[in-house]
Write a protein that binds this ligand. Sequence first.
Ligand SMILES: [Zn+2]
Length: 82
Amino acid sequence: MDDKVKIRCPGCTRVFREKAGRVRDGVQLNCSNCNKLVTLNRDTEDPFIRRALKAAKEIRTLEEAQVHAAVYSGAASRTKSA
Ligand SMILES: [Zn+2]
């Protein structure tokens, strides 16, 4: 499953990807293209940042649901080696 979120840099307007777990309100990330510090703020006027935060939240919610499903099915208690 793809757990990365696309973020459009307000500096160079190029898109970079960051793990959904790191994309949260108030977090600062460096653009991988121009190295500018991008502040993720859900109250921003930048619709791309708002969309990225929303997408990240959806992915985290989905992941949490999968963890719960794994616990209930007993998959999480299985050992790694066969
Ligand atoms: Zn940039």
